[in-house]
Design a protein around this ligand. Sequence first.
Ligand code: THU
Length: 142
Amino acid sequence: MSADVTLIADTLEQDAARALPGLLERSYARYSNFTVAAAVIDEAGRTHYGVNVENAAYPSGTCAEQTAIGAMITAGGSRRIAKVLIAAGSDAVVQPCGACRQRIAEFASEACEIVSVQGGAVTQRTPFWSLLPQSFGPRDLD
Ligand code: THU
């Protein structure tokens, strides 16, 4: 990555990290009270946000990452994920659940990172593919 591109990527990440704590207030976590907000940064440099949306029929609830991926696809443009930022209302580090790992894998770039956000700041980075090695994905159906 060139110095300019790295600077832009860092700025996008910082902006998204700062936005997540405010977004937690929009989470609909009526049943678990566990609020989660996520930001997906695509390879074109656009950021897409999501929160968890629970449901009285519990399995029908959606995770924040899922909502953010839906926003990315709905927005059009790049469908390659460079980073997924995740913040929880508990302020703990939350890694994506198993189902969300599969959802992220569908669109993740080779260098995709999971970025943990606490108090509006980045506290941990995890290479996405270390969380889902030897996965089943689009290539298996080609
Ligand atoms: N949740 C997410 O939104 N993302 C995760 O990565 C982990 C869990 C949500 C689902 C549910 O609404 C609540 O957190 C408690 O599991």
